[in-house]
Design a protein around this ligand. Sequence first.
Ligand code: SAH
Length: 376
Amino acid sequence: MSKQDLPLGRTGFVERKATARGVKPPRHLSDLEIADRKQVAADLGLPDFRADQLARHWYGRLSDDPQEWTDLSADVRSQLAESILPDLLEPIRQLTCDDGTTVKSVWKLHDGALVESVLMRYPNRVTMCVSSQAGCGMNCPFCATGQAGLTRNLSTAEIVEQVLAGARSLARGQIAGGPGRVSNVVLMGMGEPLANYNRVTRALRILTAPAPTGLGMSARGITVSTVGLVPQIRQLAQEGSPYTLAVSLHAPDDELRDELVPINNRWPVAEVLDAAWGYADATGRRVSIEYALIKDINDQPERARMLANLLAGRLVHVNLIPLNPTPGSKWTASRPEDQDEFVRILRSRKIAVTVRDTRGREIDGACGQLAATSTA
Ligand code: SAH
């Protein structure tokens, strides 16, 4: 097929992707290690404390409007905004459901790549689900993000700014329920966070640095969800911050997990769980095991018993996720009675189990549904 035969939209997409490759997002305040902020001020010929003033506005007061930074002169304001505060996330669409307490945002990045984040407000907390990559290279067959492959890693600032966008909307009372703050962040949007390790951990350091240097979030309120990249789980255990680790297990046996989570061919169940227990030992944190219940695939009582044998007696919590079928999927969620039996078997072995709600389902904002495309 010649290029002319390709439908116009598709040609445009291919070309844009090709030209975008290798072009880094413009440098942003949130890309810098906290210790390097002063250097930026110095590079602009400004005294050190200007960097602190800026951070105070950006992270402490959640102000992204230079006009409000009245302790800085108009010149300095525009100099700082122009040099290190480029707009990284262009809002393309916002979809809400649950009476306005669930909000999915679709963002266009500087190179045209699209990513999504979801804000979920509950009575006593607000959780933001953010993306760590545009697309994903892990290829799990039940996940919408995996279907299109990996476009690229997000920069540190592209990750932090998703959280800040939600934090600003909440602070300004733009989310149903009145003014509020982000209490939890889950890296369960698009992408495999541990495949973008350095940028993700930098982003987490900014989220957890005390305000006004960072967002002042508790490390415990941040969940890093992984397919099970063993070396990076071990590395994260050494970071010295007790983030919550979630492992997407989805099957207790290698035969089935090889199919559902293909990276299992590289790091099988026993190795992944060994790394998870190492994480629990190093941090004192209970590990979450994610398990999407798929009808007649991984929801048999036999598999519940195998899973219980792997987990009983460990510092662990199981999060069962009713499968959100992706378009054209041959799989669907378990029957309610099978789900109940699965829960019962795990609980009979004294394993903590919750069934995840399906927040955001109508707006394709639930687990595994994030698949921003140019038609999104
Ligand atoms: N790459 C990370 C984050 C992915 S999204 C990881 O794999 O952990 C967070 C969770 O949603 C993962 O457990 C993922 O396996 C699960 N998930 C993906 N697609 C899903 C679907 N269609 N239904 C239910 N859960 C899904």
